[in-house]
Design a protein around this ligand. Structure first.
Ligand code: GLV
Ligand code: GLV
Length: 323
């Protein structure tokens, strides 16, 4: 008898193919590119043995209860898992799969692109070309900040933070600072200096947030944080929006406390089009596209499908979260 799985969204073919061959499971799918409404999620999971979800689906006790006792595995198409209520999941003995490593390069590339776009004011420049603001080559126009000779601070030198650091060093970065719970042996490769957060914040010309969202990092970048930054410093976040207090960031950007911010993640997502941050020239906001290359999304889909199958069959999962 085929096991029942529920997918909360359309996913790339690479994943669908794996689920539809092998005769393990019967797939039901929220057949859309838009998020599953909560009521449909609660209905869709009923009796499911497996759930494949996205970072936009909050998987809490209510969902787990709606699923019932069949549920063996939750496979998320993401490296982040702050949307999963792990304590409730653990209580019910459910295994979790996620997609680390396969999106590291794509996310690091996007973060570097966002950093450079923000520091060198690319969206402003593109806009000026289109709206006729480009009247001449002007010595004082559209100047920004360069990486050469700079100090970069990475908050959270994990897989992605490290991949970002590796890519930034060849731009001529002078010092690479990082902070987090513990010093990392792999930091030696980029001459990373493990420093207290306050030191990182006050000495960096570029701050890159690459930590996961946890109770400790929630709201970490707040008024006190921004007030310690250099007025010429650029702030970049490609982890989770909730690490940043957005009102405090807005204040820091409008008061001249910091130079600019690039965000690939916000709270909420999507950010409403009338949000104050979107009125600022010195704030570049992207729609959470860190891992969005064709190839990476295909590989993520395949990995999350294989994680799901492993969980259903009680065998190894290629990337199982231990918690
Ligand atoms: C993206 O943010 C992810 O967690 O994969
Ligand atoms: C800029 O285009 C220069 O030639 O300096």
């Amino acid at each position: 008898k085929l096991m029942k799985v529920f997918l909360t969204r359309r996913i790339p073919q690479e994943g669908m193919k794996i689920l539809s061959t092998g005769g393990v499971c019967e797939v039901s799918l929220w057949d859309s590119d838009e998020p599953v409404p909560r009521a449909e999620l609660l209905k869709g999971v009923q009796g499911a043995h497996g759930l494949l979800c996205l970072l936009s689906d909050k998987i809490d006790a209510e969902v787990l209860d709606a699923a019932g006792p069949n549920l063996k595995v939750i496979s998320t198409l993401s490296v982040g898992y702050d949307h999963l209520a792990l304590d409730e999941i653990k209580k019910r003995g459910i295994r979790v799969g996620y997609t680390p490593d396969v999106l590291t390069d794509a996310t690091a590339e996007l973060t570097v692109a966002l950093l450079l776009a923000t520091a060198r004011r690319l969206p402003e420049g593109v806009e000026e070309v289109k709206n006729g603001g480009w009247s001449s080559w002007k010595p004082l126009w559209l100047c920004g900040y360069g990486l050469s000779g700079s100090t970069v601070g990475v908050i959270g030198l994990g897989r992605i933070g490290m991949a970002i650091a590796r890519r930034l060093m060849p731009f001529g970065v002078k010092r690479l600072l990082y902070s987090g719970r513990t010093a990392k042996a792999h930091a030696a490769e980029v001459n990373g200096e493990f420093v207290p957060l306050d030191t990182l914040v006050s000495e960096s010309d570029f701050i890159v947030v690459s930590c996961s969202l946890t109770p400790e990092t929630q709201g970490l970048c707040d008024k006190a944080f921004f007030s310690k930054m250099k007025n010429t410093a650029v702030f970049v976040n490609s982890s989770r929006g909730a690490v940043v207090n957005q009102e405090d960031l807005y204040e820091a950007l409008t008061s001249g406390q910091i130079a600019a911010a690039g965000l690939d993640v916000t709270t909420p997502e999507p950010l409403p089009t009338n949000h104050p941050l979107l009125t600022l020239k010195n704030c570049v906001v992207l729609p959470h596209i860190g891992s969005a290359t064709y190839s990476t999304r295909g590989i993520m889909a395949a990995l999350s499908a294989n994680n799901l199958l492993g969980g259903l069959q009680g065998t190894d999962m290629p990337s199982e979260l231990t918690f």
